[in-house]
Design a protein around this ligand. Structure first.
Ligand SMILES: [Zn+2]
Length: 211
């Protein structure tokens, strides 16, 4: 079966059984993809957590072979393949309506936070989105794994400044994430077009579930 297309600004989602994997292909090498995962069996909201993952890995960003954890510190996703130079971000909050407003956008702008809620609406039977405040953006968006996002950070002792640049992925580079528990994964092809986190030219990615 051909991979699913995830167009620029759009969301995608899928249920993964433990042991299944998700392949995300940066078709043009230009697209940042925000990714979230939610346990599909936990009674209360349990989600992939970047700050717990950084503490678990003692790294700013996962590399091939690293297992990311949820907010209960349980293994959730393992980065099993990565053909990119390995630059991904765990520090930046998802873009959201307030972010675009602060950047001077007037009126509506698509955002990763909205894409998350749209994606989760397909899975309300297994994820309690009420615990995220329902479908309206209210600031409760969990910190995403920002695949392909190129944020450089200085050492804290050097000032700790951060800078944003386009992805380092090449055309067709991909990552594969293996589920360590049953979960729902939501993807957002980041709609950011003001700060240069996405590359020039055609955008969008492809994704598929691997057994
Ligand atoms: Zn975004």
């Amino acid at each position: 079966m051909a991979p699913n297309i995830l167009a620029f600004r759009e969301n995608g989602s899928t249920l993964l059984q433990r042991g299944q994997s998700l392949k995300i292909i940066n078709t043009h090498g230009t697209q940042v993809v925000d990714l979230w995962a939610f346990s599909s069996s936990a009674p209360s909201l349990s989600y992939l957590s970047m700050h717990h993952t950084r503490a678990s890995l003692m790294k700013l960003s996962p590399r091939k072979g690293d297992t990311m954890v949820n907010n209960m510190r349980a293994p959730m996703l393992t980065l099993v393949q990565d053909t990119t130079p390995g630059i991904h971000d765990t520090l930046f909050a998802a873009c959201d309506p307030r972010r675009y407003s602060l950047l001077g956008v007037e009126g509506y702008h698509a955002s990763c936070a909205e894409n998350l809620m749209k994606g989760l609406q397909r899975h309300t039977d297994v994820v309690n989105i009420g615990q995220l405040g329902g479908t309206e953006f209210n600031g409760t968006t969990p910190g995403p794994l920002n695949l392909f996002m190129n944020i450089e950070a200085e050492k804290v002792s050097d000032g700790g400044k951060m800078s944003a640049a386009p992805p380092t992925a090449g055309e067709g580079d991909y990552v594969v994430l293996k589920a360590e528990m049953d979960c729902v994964v939501v993807l957002s092809a980041c709609p950011m077009d003001i700060v240069p986190v996405n590359g020039e030219g055609e955008k969008g990615v492809e994704w598929e579930v691997l057994d």
